[in-house]
Design a protein around this ligand. Structure first.
Ligand SMILES: [Zn+2]
Ligand SMILES: [Zn+2]
Length: 341
């Protein structure tokens, strides 16, 4: 059963499944334009997901072959996965912010060995125990199937209207979850006249019930000390100021009162940073901090892959605290520890 939800005003949502993932679905939006439908995100690259997308487009009275363009909120595979297949079927263009486009290019060009070497060095520096790092080192020697996300044809330029004939869709750069994440602001009256300014396709940036993962922007070729959590908090304020009448996120469900959700998320991160300062009364490595942080289950039950993500999230919080002058690195030791100041 393909579920189509009509949001009115030439915008529909399709629930495209993400295999083996607690998130369940990506909401793919079909936006009518004078040149044919444009998709906001496409869904996971999997045969079932593709069949669901195709059936959903049929149920909307169009087809995969008629898609005019694909606007990608960010490069993650639950958003960008099927973009290549849509382009093959229709000749649609694919648009993405340059910073995420660069990640796609790097993913296509980087040999898996280089990635595993980079990640194992990073985890070692973060204080990960040998049993966590070892599988990455041996993984680097095994053969890995090629991973080849579709190269975008167009760059999404922050602040500019996208080339969507008959529609006003403006790109709002919202780095944090990824360096090139964008929200798309549909600057048109709400079809049900809800109060506020248009509608916002929020990708993973602003979700009604979950907080997106904020980790480091892992890049083997760039040693810049970025501050993804700081970027994310700034981006939250940016979309809060837009005051959209309704938010159309890429997971879960549509919602109103973006400002309230933004305030909740800002308060959540402030609480979390304050909690971390308490833990940092003694010097801790990022790994030790991750072990002591609150997650959705006890550390002992967090599986291997999620621990890597958790330590990246701990590091993003440490970066923020250091940048704010609320914590500092203790020099001289290996691996480096951090302490509240
Ligand atoms: Zn994502
Ligand atoms: Zn997502």
């Amino acid at each position: 059963m393909t579920q189509v939800y009509d949001h009115g005003g030439g915008v529909r949502a399709l629930r495209v499944p993400i295999p083996d993932n607690p998130l369940g679905h990506t909401l793919v939006y079909v936006v009518d334009t004078d040149r044919g439908p444009v998709l906001v995100d496409t869904g996971w690259d999997d045969p079932d997901s593709w069949d669901t997308l195709v059936a959903g487009l049929d149920a909307c009275g169009t087809s995969a072959g008629q898609i005019h363009g694909v606007v990608v909120t960010h490069h993650h595979p639950d958003h960008h996965g099927l973009s290549g297949r849509v382009r093959e079927a229709s000749g649609a263009w694919i648009a993405m912010h340059e910073a995420d486009g660069a990640i796609v290019r790097r993913t296509r060009e980087t040999r898996p060995e280089r990635w595993f070497t980079y990640m194992s060095a990073k985890l070692e520096a973060a204080g990960a125990p040998e049993e966590h790092v070892a599988p990455l080192r041996s993984g680097g020697r095994r053969r890995h199937p090629g991973f080849s996300p579709a190269l975008p044809d167009r760059a999404i330029v922050p602040g500019e209207l996208l080339d969507l004939p008959g529609r006003r869709l403006r790109a709002i750069w919202t780095p944090g979850h990824t360096p090139g994440h964008v929200c798309l602001h549909l600057e048109e009256d709400h079809p049900a006249q809800l109060p506020g300014h248009g509608r916002l396709f929020s990708g993973d940036h602003l979700l009604p019930e979950i907080t997106p993962h904020i980790g480091l922007y892992e890049d083997p070729d760039d040693a810049t000390i970025t501050d993804p959590l700081g970027d994310y908090l700034d981006s939250l304020e940016r979309v809060g100021r837009l005051a959209p009448a309704e938010v159309l996120p890429a997971h879960q469900h549509a919602f109103t009162d973006a400002g309230a959700r933004v305030r909740e998320l800002l308060a959540h991160h402030e609480d979390r940073l304050t909690g971390l300062l308490t833990l940092l009364a003694e010097p801790l490595t990022p790994w030790q901090l991750a072990e002591r942080m609150e997650w959705n289950r006890p550390w002992s039950q967090i599986p291997y892959g999620s621990r890597t993500i958790a330590v990246s999230e701990a590091e993003a919080h440490l970066r923020r605290l250091v940048k704010l002058g609320r914590a500092e690195a203790v020099t001289g030791g290996e691996p480096v520890t951090y302490v509240a100041v």
